[in-house]
Design a protein around this ligand. Structure first.
Ligand SMILES: N[C@@H](CCC(=O)N[C@@H](CS)C(=O)NCC(=O)O)C(=O)O
Length: 303
């Protein structure tokens, strides 16, 4: 079987979500360390422009955004499940809540203290990625964000008082999704202190922290590029008969995140479902690459 390669960096919270799913499913994977700011010359040939982390690579197929990465991992390794019986919809909704609301409430709380320490290069990079938003102004959002984070933590703490995991007795996507937000708070002691006030939440946090990361070995970024170059995309063409926009294989489209990191990836539709779009590109270094994106959270339009 082709190797499972995750392009990531150690301090990336969204990568932490995927690392915990690898741990739960006991996946053997390779880790390629990518830079936390642009430029990313050993990532962009694989993604066609998409800069965010993490990115999953198997041969010449590349999954962008944790939405499509989780779907692919779960398809390859369905057991043990990340969806307790009857809870698939709840997991998807909690995952969206964690990515969009919980995570973005943690950033002002953390960066209020951390912004002066992370350096101008990082702040400029993130301001550009958020289309001019002044990352340093996150400080102004901190008081309200602290209220949100406190309520989210308290709500989880109450749930976890009676059960080991958010949806009951087993680890699920809901745990991976909320864990990465609490894990991110740990980079700043006064932010993490908010979580440390919650005893049941902390027991859950320690339990998941101790799960590790599955069987992981590092890989050099050049080796990952070589694998892509020597591989052929494995995605078979398939049309989505229920597509409300009648998008057909063969159409040229650009795919762009709707929230930040607005770098379009342009290619030809190969496959599409209710959840995902796969587009093929010809990369000047690597040849044919298929990029997979979730439909939720992305704009798909003619280039
Ligand atoms: N919706 C995306 C969010 C990914 C994301 O925001 N990742 C952060 C790192 S944890 C990022 O890419 N930051 C900018 C960068 O690393 O260049 C996902 O689920 O993958």
């Amino acid at each position: 079987m082709a190797e499972i390669i995750l392009h990531q960096y150690v301090t990336s919270p969204f990568s932490e979500k995927i690392r915990k799913i690898f741990a739960h499913k006991k996946v053997s994977w390779r880790s390629v360390e990518q830079p936390a700011i642009m430029p990313k010359p050993k990532l962009i040939p694989l993604t066609g422009g998409y800069r965010r982390i993490p990115v999953l690579q198997i041969g010449a197929d590349v999954w962008c955004d944790t939405g499509s990465i989780i779907r692919k991992i779960d398809e390859m390794f369905p057991e043990p499940s990340i969806y307790p019986h009857g809870m698939q919809a709840a997991c998807l909704m909690i995952n969206l809540f964690a990515d969009r609301r919980f995570f973005f409430s943690t950033t002002p709380v953390i960066f209020e203290k951390l912004a002066p320490l992370v350096g101008k290069e990082f702040l400029d990079d993130r301001s550009k990625m958020m289309r001019g938003a002044n990352f340093e102004e996150l400080t102004l959002l901190a008081p309200d964000a602290r209220n949100y984070v406190r309520a989210y933590l308290d709500n989880l703490d109450r749930t976890l008082a009676d059960q080991p995991f958010i949806l009951g007795s087993s680890f699920s996507l809901a745990d991976a999704a909320c864990f990465h937000c609490v894990w991110f708070l740990r980079v700043e002691p006064s932010a993490f202190a908010m979580a440390q006030k919650c005893a049941s939440l902390m027991r859950w946090f320690k339990r998941i922290d101790a799960m590790g990361y599955g069987d992981v070995k590092p890989m050099d970024p050049d080796e990952a590029l070589k694998i892509a170059k020597e591989s052929t995309p494995a995605t078979k063409p398939s049309a989505d008969s229920g597509d409300p926009n009648q998008l057909k294989p063969g159409a040229r489209v650009s795919v762009i995140p709707e929230d930040y990191g607005f770098d379009p990836v342009t290619g030809t539709v190969v496959a599409s479902t209710a959840y995902e779009i796969a587009i093929e590109r010809e990369d000047s270094q690597l040849g044919r690459i298929v990029n997979h994106f979730p439909k939720l959270g992305f704009r798909i339009a003619p280039p």
